[in-house]
Every structure is written in structure tokens, then in C-alpha cells.
Design a protein. Structure first.
Length: 294
């Protein structure tokens, strides 16, 4: 395990970007799992993969984020420099433009319905950008944008492990419905991890979207899981209407949300009550919404 801390970042900056060596380095409040992120002065951030599995994200972000940023009105992560592997750290790494804003939480939003529209519009804009040559869904992005069947065994195991807590037949019905359709359009851009930790708020509104490590092209359904993990009934409808998904794509989106909530609940129910309770509540939202729709 590589120790990624301010001392390491300082050594990397000093050796590869000495013109930046006088800038203060400090950890960000919420750094994430796949990468470790640090402030570099007031206008930049340093982002380092925490494991070899996340190394492909560096080249992908360096190549594609400047292209996507030119076509989006909402700010996104933009790389400024690329760091190279060294004796201190064996992977490539990035220096990015720092984006102000606060990490999304419900108390920071002035109007949830407006936020649902704004986030949906961002995703529509992202999907409208030419995806020719983009990275097809695969191992590099944990198959976001690919067919959800890749997680079939994992989801069914989680369902079977929680038959005393949830209605097995109802969960299987929701999951199997997600498997019955597939994206029949041209591949479109997907962020891959549209979640509160990757969304920034300023003045009560959507400000920026960050962390494109599992960016890819394919089926956009994976980007709509927040319909059940964050929104209420009213804002969920606005989000859905803005995305303009057909029934099959919406069913697959619900499948993505169910899979993630189930495996998170199963993993944490014995060790972290807070996380397990959050996942439990998401599963209940998914079930209730499905029962209303069918």
C-alpha cells in the first residue's frame, strides 16, 4: 500500500513541476476512494490513483475532459498538467483546475425540483456530445454504460442474502425487468458515477460535476440512479421527464440503483449501521416507486 500524503505530493511537485513548489498542499475534505485528492494553492488540485486498478482513469481524463468541457455549460473537472511515474510514486497522476462549490447535500439546495431539472439537463447535454472514438464500457470503468447483466450474479446473491428483510419476489421482479431491455441507440457519453459526492453546489444551485474516473460511452441508464437515491417523488418525476428516457431505459436505471443499494446494504449491515440504514431506505424507495408505477 502506497502512503499518499502531503509529503509525497510535495516531492512529486518539486521534482516535476518546480514552478509550483511554493503553493500550499493540503488534503481535500472528501478525497474519495479510487483517487486521493489534494489542494494545490487556491486554483488547482492534485489527483493520484490509490491503486493500479485506477491508473487507466488518468489517461482517459487527460484525453477526453478538455473535449467534453468545451461542449458543456456546466463546469467539469479539467486537467492542467499530467504527472509521470517516479521512484516515489509508480503511477501517472494529474493536476486539475480547482472548482469552487460545496459537495451536494439536501440542505444546500434551494429548490429540489430545480436541481432535478438542472442535473437532468446536464446529463442530456453530456449525452448529446459526439461520442465517436470514446472509451466503450468495460473493465476500465466497471462496465458503466454496458449492460447491467454483468452484475446479475452479484445482485441475485444480495437478494438471496436478505430474504428476511425484503420481499425476494418483488426485488427479483424489479431486477429481471431491468434485464429485459438494452440500449438500442448509438453509444452516448456517461459520467458513470453521478452521486452527491461528485456534484458541487453554489448559491443553492447545481454548479459543477467532478470525478470522471469511470467515464465511458454506452447506455446512459447508469447515470440516472440518483432518481431513487436522492430525489423525492416530485423531483424524481422532473428528473425523469428531463432525461426523456423510454420505459426500458428507466427500468435499467432503477436496476442500477437497486444493485448498488443491495450490495452496499449486504456489505455494511453487520459493520456500519449508518451506511446500512441509508441503503435500506433507498431499497424501500425503489420498491415503493416500482409498486406505484406498475
Amino acid at each position: 500500500m502506497i502512503k499518499i500524503d502531503e509529503n509525497l505530493v510535495s516531492r512529486l511537485i518539486n521534482s516535476q513541476f518546480p514552478e509550483l513548489c511554493k503553493l500550499e498542499i493540503k488534503p481535500v475534505e472528501k478525497s474519495g476512494n479510487d483517487n486521493r485528492t489534494f489542494h494545490l494553492g487556491n486554483r488547482m488540485s492534485v489527483r493520484l490513483p490509490s491503486d493500479v486498478a485506477y491508473v487507466p482513469q488518468v489517461e482517459k481524463e487527460q484525453k477526453w475532459l478538455p473535449f467534453l468541457a468545451k461542449h458543456l455549460s456546466t463546469p467539469i473537472t479539467e486537467p492542467l498538467f499530467k504527472g509521470e511515474p517516479s521512484k516515489d510514486y509508480p503511477y501517472p497522476w494529474s493536476i486539475n483546475k480547482w472548482l469552487d462549490g460545496e459537495t451536494l447535500s439536501i440542505d444546500k439546495i434551494d429548490d429540489l425540483n430545480q436541481f432535478a431539472y438542472d442535473l437532468g439537463k446536464f446529463l442530456v447535454d453530456l449525452q448529446s456530445i459526439d461520442a465517436t472514438g470514446g472509451p466503450l464500457a468495460g473493465k476500465h470503468n466497471f462496465y458503466r454504460g454496458g449492460h447491467i447483466v454483468v452484475y446479475d450474479d452479484e445482485c441475485r446473491e444480495a437478494i438471496n442474502n436478505n430474504v428476511d428483510t425484503f420481499n425476494k419476489h418483488l426485488l427479483e421482479e424489479i431486477w429481471e425487468l431491468a434485464l429485459t431491455s438494452e440500449w438500442d441507440g448509438e453509444p452516448v457519453w456517461v459520467h458513470g458515477d453521478v452521486a452527491p459526492g461528485n456534484i458541487l453546489i453554489k448559491n443553492g444551485r447545481l454548479y459543477a460535476v467532478i470525478d470522471f474516473g469511470i467515464l465511458g460511452v454506452g447506455d446512459p441508464s447508469c447515470d440516472a440512479a440518483m432518481a431513487w437515491t436522492f430525489f423525492d417523488d416530485s423531483s424524481r418525476k422532473i428528473f425523469k421527464d428531463t432525461l426523456n428516457f423510454n420505459d426500458g431505459t428507466w427500468n435499467r436505471a432503477r436496476g442500477w440503483a437497486l444493485w448498488k443499494a443491495l450490495i452496499t446494504y449486504s456489505y455494511n449491515k453487520q459493520s456500519s449501521k449508518t451506511i446500512a440504514d441509508e441503503s435500506f431506505n433507498i431499497i424501500k424507495v425503489i420498491i415503493n416507486d416500482y409498486q406505484i408505477e406498475r
